[in-house]
Ligand binder design. Sequence first.
Ligand code: NI
Length: 211
Amino acid sequence: MLSRPERNEYADVYASYVSRVPDGDLLTFLARQTGEFDPLANDLSDQQASQPPAPGKWSVKQVLGHVADSERIMSYRVLRFARGDKKELQGFEQDDYVTAGNSNRRSTGELLAELKSVRGATLSLLGSLNREDSLRTGIANGKTVSVRALAYIIAGDAQHHLELLRRLAAAPFRLRRSRLKYDDSPPGRSLLAEFRAAFGKRNAYLLQACK
Ligand code: NI
């Protein structure tokens, strides 16, 4: 079983990711987690899923592509360090990967399936490790990190993006609720116009959030 890493096993930048992972069996959590992207992405039209919510932000498809890419890189680090490889590993520029990944040209269904496939490989690797493997450390992106911390960072990054997508999905409903009290929409406004207004607000909302 992969136990929670100590605070000195990962850099400060990862603390918020690790803290997002609840106590309990990590592999069970990881096995369930990718399915939670389904309702958040499947409810969107292809155009909504491809559209950046604001300039410089990632679309829902790009988020899905990023989670898969990031997990591949973190899993690779797990493999190297768990096998006792002490060679230092380089970091990666996540925005460059999102641009080159062209996730907006792919379907949401394909991206969701890929995420589950990547997660399946991650689970096989993590499930094969013993305690000694999980405590090994290496240097990635200039910082020392343990194998079990990398496993928690994988779960924490996906959780971070799930939380952002949930906030994104909840925003129009919040707006709709506030309209019930302060109805300023012009008479005869169509459902489509309502939706556009809600989607616009949603973009503004995301502008304040991180990617
Ligand atoms: Ni991320």
